[in-house]
Ligand binder design. Structure first.
Ligand SMILES: [Ca+2]
Ligand SMILES: [Ca+2]
Ligand SMILES: [Ca+2]
Length: 202
């Protein structure tokens, strides 16, 4: 690539010098470099400088209801803050699974086919740090992995389960969770099933 500004050209005629600005080939990571080649009547030389451009990344993670009659996602007023959902039945005999929530990650480029990796955690119950509520903490460590429930009767799902949304394609499990591909808006989507007995509270 070759660049020469009008100002540089004007300077050439006045001083019989020129400055050629050249971008280097793509550099690793997010480094972008420009070389300036100076040519003058009494000599010349090359100077260069580099800058780091912002790399592509996930800008935000948002949560959406799956069933239109689910209770809204709202701010958790209890210890720990964050957001909360109501995963229980709304009437005694209904069969709707309200434990499932939709998670959308927004990539910084509106590009389809970028693989985004999702991972879920069983975080510490912030409401207590001692038994009988939360027995796995101590004065210096507030340990997670204290959920009492799980998704499917297997203790390996104590942190909840990530699943591919119905009708999606391109999702793959990996050692720590699930990855899915972005759509043309740069959004990758997974579903997350919560446990019914979070925290150490049982
Ligand atoms: Ca704990
Ligand atoms: Ca705790
Ligand atoms: Ca927990």
């Amino acid at each position: 690539m070759f660049l020469e500004t009008a100002a540089d050209t004007a300077a050439c005629f006045e001083r019989n010098t020129s400055v050629l600005l050249e971008s280097e080939n793509a550099q690793p990571s997010s480094v972008y470099c420009i070389n300036a080649v100076h040519v003058g009547a009494t000599g010349g030389g090359t100077t260069s400088d580099c800058l780091i451009t912002p790399g592509p990344k996930v800008l935000s993670v948002n949560y959406e209801l799956i069933h239109t009659d689910d209770l809204p996602i709202d701010a958790n007023p209890n210890a720990g803050g964050g957001l909360r959902i109501f995963p229980d039945k709304k009437t005694p005999n209904e069969t709707v699974d309200r434990r499932r929530i939709r998670v959308k990650a927004q990539y910084s480029q509106m590009t389809a086919g970028i693989r985004i990796y999702f991972r879920n955690f069983d975080v510490d119950d912030p409401s207590a740090d001692t038994a009988p509520i939360d027995a796995n903490d101590n004065p210096s460590v507030k340990a997670g992995n204290d959920n009492r429930g799980n998704v499917d009767g297997n203790s390996s799902t104590k942190a909840g389960v990530l699943t591919a949304p119905s009708g999606s394609s391109g999702c793959q499990t990996y050692s720590s969770g699930l990855s899915c591909l972005t759509d043309s808006s740069g959004i990758a989507t997974v579903d997350f099933v919560v446990t019914m007995q979070p925290g150490g509270g049982g």
